[in-house]
Design a protein. Structure first.
Length: 31
């Protein structure tokens, strides 16, 4: 699942750090 460019309506500011961590780990495939 690719979260890049996807925003979650509920708790966006709360979920954002998790997305950053996800991109930091799995984002290397896309960057």
């Amino acid at each position: 699942v690719l979260f890049h460019g996807c925003t979650i309506p509920r708790g966006e500011s709360r979920t954002y750090p998790n997305i950053v961590s996800y991109e930091a780990v799995n984002g290397t495939e896309y960057y």
